[in-house]
Design a protein around this ligand. Structure first.
Ligand SMILES: [Zn+2]
Length: 243
């Protein structure tokens, strides 16, 4: 049942653009994060004990095995769904983790970053959302500092869809590999979707090494969304962050 809900959440996440901007939740006011749990019975998890994002700190030393990335240039369309800008992928890009396969469904962005590392917020964060055959999710997150222009972003954002509901085909398909740092050391914790319905049981893999994006790239994303799209930091509770 829980798996089905998560699958549904991913499907909604990927396809809610067809309905344009979802009017039922946002990042401020009465439909903001403090009230998400109240907006729908489906959002009960937003009050859960294992929510994302978090401030990653107090790391527990562990023997995390390398994530086996196998990414192809299969990002074929870019969508402004009113909450973020998202690139959707054809099947064929995947990671191997915990000895099974998670397929890359989409990546999308938050500005400022949702997760913090040792108390530090970044101006931009990408979430690469993967699902296994049962609908369980693994999200690879990468932080961006302001600095040199990022070529991967330049490719994907060549035609940023300006209005909620806008969708463009990418004339040259993009690979999520372009948004991975050279070092693939990462932090790991258990968390949730950072948007309603806030479903838990999500494997979070946050790359330690940040990338850079230019000031112009960051501000073009911010001006497209009109408002910050970061959920506030959630309590860690009984969880640990492994490294
Ligand atoms: Zn996200």
């Amino acid at each position: 049942m829980k798996r089905n809900l998560i699958t549904l959440a991913v499907a909604m996440f990927a396809f809610n653009v067809t309905a344009g901007s979802d009017p039922h939740w946002g990042y401020s006011g009465k439909t903001g994060p403090q009230n998400w749990y109240n907006l729908s019975e489906a959002n009960a998890s937003c009050e859960g004990q294992n929510q994302s994002p978090i401030d990653l700190s107090g790391f527990v030393e562990s023997t995390l095995s390398a994530i086996d990335f196998s990414y192809q240039a299969q990002g074929h369309e870019i969508i402004n769904n009113g909450h973020t800008v998202q690139v959707n992928f054809e099947t064929g890009s995947q990671i191997k983790l915990d000895q099974h396969q998670f397929n890359l469904v989409q990546y999308h962005f938050h500005s400022p970053s949702e997760n913090h590392i040792n108390g530090k917020s970044y101006p931009l964060e990408v979430h690469m959302v993967h699902a296994d055959a049962d609908g369980a999710l693994a999200v690879v997150a990468v932080m961006f500092d302001e600095g040199a222009e990022n070529e991967g972003l330049a490719k994907a954002w060549a035609s940023l869809p300006k209005h909620a509901g806008d969708k463009h085909s990418l004339s040259t398909p993009v690979s999520a590999f372009d948004l991975l740092p050279k070092s693939q050391d990462y932090y790991r914790f258990n968390g949730s979707l950072t948007t309603p319905p806030c479903s838990e049981g999500v494997r979070w893999l946050v790359m330690k090494q940040p990338l850079t994006a230019s000031k112009a790239q960051i501000s073009s994303f911010q001006s497209t969304l009109h408002e910050p799209n970061n959920r506030p930091i959630q309590p860690l509770n009984a969880r640990v962050v492994m490294q």
